[in-house]
Design a protein around this ligand. Sequence first.
Ligand SMILES: [Zn+2]
Length: 277
Amino acid sequence: MKVFYRTEMSADSGGYSPSAGKPDQVVSDWLSSESLKAEIEIVSDFDPVTIDDIKRVHDSDFVDGIMSLEIANGHGNTSAEVRDTLLWTSGSLYAGCVAALSDGVSCSPTSGFHHSCYDDCHGFCTFNGLMVAAAKVIDEGLAKDVLIVDFDAHWGDGTADILKKFPALLSAVDNLHASDLPASEFLDWIEDVLSLGPRPDLVIYQAGADLHEDDPLHAGYLNSEQMRLRDRLVFKWCKDEGIPVCWNLAGGYQRDEDGGISKVLDIHRATAEEAIY
Ligand SMILES: [Zn+2]
């Protein structure tokens, strides 16, 4: 499985969410796992998206304000370090989508997309890389129907907002949010909703780690084994149906006593294992 990663994708946001720093941390974690290391290929020779790619789905003044540091990013600050990751994280997801179309599965170790609206941002998300990548593969004729399987704990309000602004994208992109059913029913629901829905040309799977029962922003949902089953069901459906899937990280806020994110890394590692096997 190709993993589209460059160090330019990571930054210390200086805030509550560890998401901006996760590309470095998850890739380092995966490369320290003997079994995963043998199954992943780190790809670094991809391009960042352009400002025009971002403006395809966002308001021009909003994009300019973020890039000039006059508008606060999704972490609520004007960090140049975070700004400098933004074209790379969307570039990673787009490159991952293109690779998935030929390889079947790929990974973009990125977060910080789905709360980014057309002309506003919040919730540790700045530009909506999900919509940037989806619009780009559709505009380039690489896919006609894209399904965003957004199994982060939180509703992708930014994705929905952008889809409302662009009727042509709304007919080409479906945004599937995780149900708030109890865990046992949620896993059955995944099988039903995927098998009964329209069959897309490409799936972008947000495997958010914050659906975990111990997550401080969404405690009381899935345990670690159920998180793994969630991933298994999505990847199995894609594989059985022959649908290309590029997955990314999204949320996850558990902290160790020393401030580390080992529990979040455990969840993302499990998703990587399910994507491969
Ligand atoms: Zn979330």
